[in-house]
Design a protein around this ligand. Structure first.
Ligand code: ATP
Length: 417
């Protein structure tokens, strides 16, 4: 974990928030490479959940909502119990549940409200409101707006990515437990049906774990952890977490929840089937992933080292830079100008392309390996003769010679975008 923590800072993936003022516990900033990686994860998620389907639409709801939303959703009450937190696994319990827990290292009991309060207005008394503790409620309160303004019909889903805030008492493990974080969530609405909803729940479990695998997460480091009935939210019919085998133990980074009719009922919302005129409260299956936790686990999963080098084996779709371009020598004008043309050409197609003309080629490979750039292209003297370049693969360190006019399609096919 220290190696990852050092690499992400050194290479500009993740910085401690407000670092020059000593940091601020539970807040993180994503640097030039971190923002690319995180955006790539969000884009792939959106492609898989929204663009590749006809039954899901997107939403971007406000972070601050009318406080009544949180009263109705149960968050103000549910999240204001006196709780203690296990310092090892960060699970929270009431004091009387302590004995049954596997660890014995506790924070002091406190009335614990996860919701972050904000005060609005310019005159006293200011109006108390909250930063959202989960992005989910924005979807439910817009349920009617969406069914009224689109032609979507049940079963359908609403997808959203956005920031959420929780007053965590023990933030830690880099970005794993933060006070400000991002979620990517799908709420999938369906007609109440025990068997059908169980199948939909299983369908999304499978779909979500395969998505992580398709982007390179090691199958052996992923598992489902069903919520025990006594720990499950009272309204949840089924709930499971996708966990990753992190250096600090198996840890949740996405939850799949069968929320039944709970939320729409809280907000007094129903659905009317236009064909049959039947009116009912739909059931909801939710997939709720943490963007920051996924980013962290993709980084941990990608980290490889051997006797010669450290490299991040990130899926090319996620890698911050798709390709790096090097002129063999920085003081030979013809090489630099040819490399520059190639750099601009590839940048126009792949957007995120690195340029490096410092030091020797070995050092440049070393630097690109550490940030996970899948291919390095060197423009050398042979390029001036035959318009071919050397393409070096990050994972195998093998090199091949490719004609410049084939290069763009070559990368396009390899990346698979
Ligand atoms: P935990 O038990 O770890 O606190 P949770 O069960 O409360 O998590 P959910 O409410 O199900 O989490 O939120 C869905 C997802 O949002 C989580 O799987 C996680 O990826 C992300 N998430 C929740 N809390 C945090 C946090 N404090 N920091 C970063 N990500 C978080």
């Amino acid at each position: 974990m220290e190696k990852i923590a050092s690499l992400v800072k050194r290479r500009g993936f993740i910085f401690q928030g407000s670092e020059i003022y000593g940091g601020y516990q539970g807040f993180w900033d994503y640097g030039p490479l971190g923002v690319e990686l995180k955006n790539n994860i969000k884009r792939e998620w959106w492609k898989s959940i929204v663009y590749s389907r006809e039954d899901v639409v997107g939403l971007d709801a406000a972070i601050i909502m009318n406080p009544q939303v949180w009263e109705k959703s149960g968050h103000l009450k549910a999240l204001s119990d006196p709780l203690i937190e296990c310092k090892i696994c960060h699970k929270r319990f009431r004091d009387d549940q302590k004995a049954s827990h596997e660890h014995d290292s506790w924070t002091k009991e406190k009335t614990f409200n996860l919701m972050t309060e904000v005060f609005l207005g310019t005159t006293e008394p200011k109006e108390k409101s909250y930063l959202r503790g989960e992005i989910t409620q924005g979807v439910f309160v817009n349920f009617k707006n969406i069914t009224d303004s689109t032609r979507i019909k049940i079963p359908f889903g609403i997808a959203q990515i956005g920031k959420a805030f929780r007053n965590e008492i023990t933030p830690g493990n880099l970005t794993f437990r933060s006070r400000e974080f991002e979620q990517m969530e799908l709420e999938y609405f369906m007609k109440p049906d025990d068997q059908g909803s169980k199948e939909t729940f299983e369908y999304w479990k499978d779909k979500r774990v395969k998505w992580y695998e398709s982007l390179g997460m090691d199958k052996n480091k992923l598992r489902f952890k069903d919520h025990e009935p006594e720990k499950r939210a009272h309204y949840a019919k089924y709930a499971t977490d996708i966990e990753y085998d992190a250096p600090f133990g198996w840890s949740e980074f996405e939850g799949i929840h069968h929320r039944g009719e709970f939320d729409l009922k809280n907000h007094n919302l129903t659905y009317k089937d236009e064909l049959t005129n039947e009116e009912y409260t739909p059931w909801v299956i939710e997939t709720s992933g943490g963007v920051d936790r996924a980013t962290l686990f993709f980084l941990i999963n990608a980290y490889h080292e051997d006797e010669k080098r450290v490299y991040l084996k990130l899926n090319p779709k996620l890698a911050p830079y798709k390709v790096a371009i090097f002129p063999l020598l920085s003081n030979k004008l013809e090489l630099v100008s040819k490399a520059r043309d190639l750099y601009l050409l590839l940048k126009s197609r792949f957007l995120s392309v690195a340029w490096d003309d410092r030091g020797n080629i070995g050092k440049r490979y070393f630097a690109q390996d550490e940030i996970g750039t899948p291919w390095c292209v060197t423009v050398d003297f042979q390029t001036l003769d035959d318009d071919s370049v050397t393409v070096r693969d990050r994972d195998t360190a093998k090199q091949e010679r490719i004609a410049i006019d084939k290069l763009s399609d070559y990368f396009h096919n390899k990346i698979g975008i």
